[in-house]
Design a protein around this ligand. Structure first.
Ligand code: SAM
Length: 214
């Protein structure tokens, strides 16, 4: 995964971050051995950040958009209340086996629900009020996900959005055919001008936006 900070600083941060649990270590390894594009997985540093945010918020309902192999979902689940639930949406059917295999081995198995399908359709079908949302699917659809999910986010709830600095391309000259970078800059601008929320960008990994509903 591209990182905005120098590699040696990134390595230092990793070395001074608690070890992954056994199940996260196995999922990380299996993803790198068997699944295409393993750099999409959150990994130890970002995963620990997500788990800590979740433990701070103690959410009752978490929505994740973009499961991939389930690493970030397992991290986010660490902060769930004992009767809390996490719903996660993934469009790629072939990822279902690796996701469910690791979910079933986790202590949160009963609290996790995987939905295979397009988040654009499925978000509307989930009638829950969310405390925490993690957006990490198709970058060109971030404004759609956000617009659908914000009305269902509790007041004081948080949306975390990955890749909002897109390898730093958001501050460079953007080619007219670079649709992903254009979409991300439009998303960042949209949130910045949304009076319903308070927001900040953490220049961490590929850029993470934290959005709090007012
Ligand atoms: C960056 S990966 C997610 C990584 C994962 N959250 C993690 O941190 O380990 C993005 C995932 O979103 C999925 N995705 C893309 N478009 C989607 C959509 N419209 N609905 C649901 N999932 C989608 C992709 O198939 C991919 O697995």
């Amino acid at each position: 995964m591209f990182t905005l900070i120098p590699e040696e600083i990134d390595n230092y941060c990793e070395e001074h971050t608690s070890d992954e649990s056994e199940i996260l270590y196995r999922l990380n390894r299996e993803t790198h051995l068997k699944v295409l594009r393993p750099r999409m997985l959150s990994g130890k540093l970002q995963g620990t950040f997500l788990a800590m945010i979740s433990r701070l918020l103690k959410p009752k309902a978490i929505l994740e958009i973009g499961t991939y192999t389930g690493y970030s979902a397992l991290c986010l689940a660490e902060g769930l209340q004992s009767d809390g639930v996490l719903h996660t949406i993934e469009i790629e059917e072939e990822l279902e086996n690796i996701i469910t295999k690791h979910f079933s081995q986790s202590p949160y198995d009963q609290q996790l629900t995987l939905h295979i399908g397009d988040a654009n359709l499925l978000i509307d079908q989930l009638n829950l009020e969310w405390d925490l949302v993690f957006m990490d699917a198709e970058k060109k659809e971030y404004i759609q996900y956000y617009s659908k999910v914000l009305p269902k986010l509790k007041k004081g709830g948080f949306i975390l959005v990955d890749n909002v600095l897109w390898s730093g391309k958001v501050v460079q000259d953007i080619a007219p055919n670079d649709h992903e970078t254009i979409a991300i800059t439009q998303f960042n601008h949209f949130v910045q001008n949304d009076s319903r929320v308070r927001n900040m960008i953490l220049p961490f990994r590929d850029g993470m936006m934290l959005i709090e509903k007012l």
